[in-house]
Design a protein around this ligand. Structure first.
Ligand code: SAM
Length: 283
């Protein structure tokens, strides 16, 4: 997968070089280019913003800067800085393990799936979900446009539909200062699902939201810590009982913390019986 990020704070994206993402870069499964938007701004002070049309507080990011930047990035002619992995010591994979990612794109109706995907973080966007992360983990090329101030002139997003499949996405019902942190959130969620990036496929298959439920609590050694014991079933060696306990913990936690998720979750008879025992009603 190729990720390009356009921003006025390139250094904000440095965390993309670390941990699993750094490992994905090192393995050749991911490459990341970071582009300083000011490279497309004119004049001595290279302004990227201007007063809002119609008046009002704050500043709006200029279309005559963003437009050429997104054109150049889509065409692959933008010279950004290429992020290297912060883990250069990682053991290289064997050649036959470097398979890259299948070009299985995430299409909307009537869209050309060969176009890169442009993700525009904004609090006014559609909420980003684990389903999006799963779908976007099959993309070949994702471009992020990081807004600042009051955001980007809307015509940039409308015009970009000629060169990109565009999604405006929110990472939650609150307002950040800029889109960079949202990019880190979305990129982490997407890249960990690229086939081969997580060592153990089961770990994301059993994550929260993957089956519509929250994951239950996790424990590790030692068996007793500060007089607190691991639930006995986890040391029983009985995998059937462990699976049943985990499922029930997951159901209980979802009921307590996010009951609305249960409406769309795939619940079997035993799940419903267990939940009803906790006072849940399906209506
Ligand atoms: N005036 C905008 C509004 O009220 O919708 C808020 C702009 S915000 C101060 C500046 C930038 O931060 C946005 O353009 C966007 O890139 C980013 N941002 C802020 N909150 C976000 C959120 N919840 N999800 C994704 N991006 C966000």
């Amino acid at each position: 997968m190729r990720i390009d990020v356009a921003t006025i704070f390139p250094e904000y994206l440095d965390p993309l070089r670390h941990a699993l993402l750094g490992k994905a870069i090192e393995q050749g499964r991911l490459s990341v280019g970071v582009h300083d938007l000011r490279d497309w701004a004119a004049g001595t002070h290279k302004p990227v913003d201007s007063a809002p049309a119609g008046g009002g507080p704050g500043m709006v990011m200029k279309p005559d800067v963003w437009g050429p930047a997104l054109d150049d990035i889509a065409a692959g002619r933008a010279d950004g800085s290429e992020l290297d992995s912060a883990m250069p010591h990682l053991e290289r994979l064997r050649h036959d393990e470097l398979q890259g990612v299948a070009g299985n794109s995430y299409d909307g109706e009537g869209e050309d799936s060969d176009l890169p995907l442009l993700l525009v973080p904004t609090p006014t966007g559609k909420p980003f979900t684990q389903d999006d992360a799963r779908a976007w983990s099959h993309e070949n090329h994702i471009v992020f446009a990081c807004g600042r101030y009051e955001g980007i002139d809307q015509r940039v997003i409308d015009d970009a539909r000629n060169r990109y499949r565009v999604r405006e996405v929110s990472i939650g019902d609150y307002v950040l200062i800029g889109g960079e942190v949202a990019v880190l959130v979305i990129a982490e969620a997407v890249v960990r699902l690229i086939p081969g990036v997580l060592g153990n496929k089961r770990s994301h298959e059993e994550d929260s939201f993957s089956d519509g439920l929250l994951e239950g609590p996790s424990y590790t050694k030692p068996r007793v810590w500060r007089d607190l014991e691991i639930p006995e079933v986890l040391t029983s060696g009985n995998h059937g009982l462990v699976d049943k306990w985990r499922r029930e913990q997951s159901l209980q936690r979802t009921l307590e913390r996010r009951p609305e998720l249960l409406h769309d979750a795939d619940l079997n008879k035993a799940d419903k019986k267990f939940l009803e025992g906790l006072g849940w009603t399906s209506a």
